[in-house]
Design a protein around this ligand. Structure first.
Ligand code: JHZ
Ligand code: SAH
Length: 405
């Protein structure tokens, strides 16, 4: 039995991936000897309905001066965050007297849009290397972990915020009560707290099990987010599905009773109850669904290898760490992974030790099959590689099922 990070209720995990390394710990050969691992299991709390990792490594092991994920590597995401910023500016009627705070601003992919609009903003980004990219572009960023004490310090130096924003960060933070207490004091009476994260409903429907790795301590639903918000005098006032990261949800919260609640909230909560996201039973088949994908993918890769085919992978994603380690994919099956991120290149993937090579070498590698680890960017990547792949080369994807394209 484990205790819920939100309400302390006891629960039993429904899936166990065994020992997993840090998903973004791409390492040099000499660093591979002593790789850190943790037991990766996920459970559902039947009381507050939160789906969560049982154990998560210390935050400093994941977010530090050599953090490997740079948000702006996808041009689609650059456009997505521009639209996000524009929608917030319109919703809150932002101007030069407003104040926007972003939690987990990474390389400034969202924050830069407020700079361009001359709206005062502050990014909070503990991973120094990615924070520095934004700082060097002229953005106002504090390289620290956001929590309640930091919110109080921000309040002392600035003012309350018209909007507190966060994308793909809230689901990374186990100390949620500290975050919500911080948001509560930092948010203006008529302010909004808007965040988006991979959506539990999509993860269950698509069996996108690779959204589960060390950084993703929570898989949110509207039900669990609303329950958590209510514990802090906040409430969910809108929800909006996003196609990013394989299916995300944008949640808008406000101080209780301060804003109109969109019908979208009740509609989504009802849909989640029909889907059974509030019911323990809905999670019991998850392991079998993951194992079915595992059998099919390993069978396909083994079969192709026995025919002498060359298989490489595209995108050294965090998600791929769960896939390679849980499925047992080694360099014997997948020779190398090509990626555009300099800090990941000429290193080895966590646990599976597949060489990560610069994207520039991808075309010359001349593979027969390309396993698409960055399946969430399929539209952008397949468009970019259309001509190259038309020449008797095939993509392999595995979410929601194994498929050759
Ligand atoms: P991508 C990370 O997850 C980690 P990851 C984190 N926990 C999270 O929640 C999301 O991001 C937001 C490369 N690439 O976006 C770049 C190419 O090589 O799926 C990246 O290394 N060529 C914070 O790591 C990787 O693929 C391309 O054309 O699962 C994509 O990683 C494109 C588009 C990407 O996130
Ligand atoms: N918002 C970006 C970045 C997501 S990566 C995007 O959607 O692409 C997740 C980021 O959250 C990392 O850069 C990490 O350093 C940061 N992070 C982790 N814990 C945090 C905390 N407590 N406060 C602020 N940022 C945090």
């Amino acid at each position: 039995m484990s205790n819920c990070l939100i309400c302390d209720n006891e629960y039993t995990p429904f899936v166990d991936f065994g020992n997993m390394p840090i998903a973004n710990a791409f390492s040099l050969k000499e660093e591979l000897i002593d790789e850190y691992t943790f037991r990766m299991q996920v459970g559902f709390c039947s009381k507050c309905k939160m789906v969560q990792l049982v154990e998560q490594p210390d935050r400093e092991k994941m977010f530090h001066d050599n953090y490997a994920f740079f948000s702006s590597t996808s041009s689609y995401m650059v456009d997505h965050f521009k639209l996000f910023a524009n929608s917030v500016a319109e919703l809150q009627d932002l101007n030069k007297n407003s104040f926007v705070v972003e939690i987990g601003s990474n390389d400034g992919i969202l924050l830069q849009n407020f700079n361009n609009m001359n709206v005062p903003s502050l990014g909070i980004e503990p991973s120094k290397n990615v924070a520095n990219v934004a700082i060097n572009k002229g953005m106002n960023v504090l390289s620290e972990f956001f929590d309640q004490p930091l919110a109080q310090r921000i309040l002392n130096s600035y003012q309350q915020a018209d909007a507190i924003l966060s994308a793909n960060v809230m689901c990374h933070i186990p100390y949620m009560h500290s975050i919500y207490k911080g948001v509560k004091v930092l948010l203006k009476d008529d302010g909004v707290f808007i965040f988006e994260d991979p959506y539990l409903g999509e993860i269950i429907e698509k069996t996108s099990f690779d959204q589960i790795y060390d950084e993703h301590v929570f898989l949110f639903s509207a039900i669990s987010v609303n329950n958590l918000a209510n514990m802090h005098g906040l409430e969910l006032i809108d929800v909006e599905a996003q196609i990013t990261h394989g299916g995300s949800m944008r949640y808008t919260l406000a101080h209780k009773g301060m804003k109109h609640i969109s019908k979208n909230v009740a509609d989504l909560i009802e849909k989640e109850m029909v889907l059974g996201l509030d019911d323990n039973k809905s999670y019991l088949g998850f392991t079998d669904s993951v194992n079915q994908i595992k059998r099919n993918l390993i069978e396909l890769l083994t079969d192709l290898k026995s025919q002498g085919k060359k298989i490489v992978a595209y995108g050294a994603t965090s998600k791929s760490t769960t896939v390679t380690n849980y499925f047992g994919i080694t360099p014997n099956l997948v020779e190398s992974i090509y990626d555009t991120t300099p800090i990941k290149q000429n290193k080895f993937s966590p646990g599976a030790h597949i060489p990560v090579l610069p994207y520039d070498q991808f075309h010359d590698s001349n593979p027969d099959y390309v396993l698409l680890f960055a399946w969430n960017h399929a539209a952008e990547i397949m468009k970019k590689e259309k001509d190259y792949m038309s020449n008797n080369k095939y993509w392999i994807t595995y979410i929601p099922q194994v498929k050759i394209i």
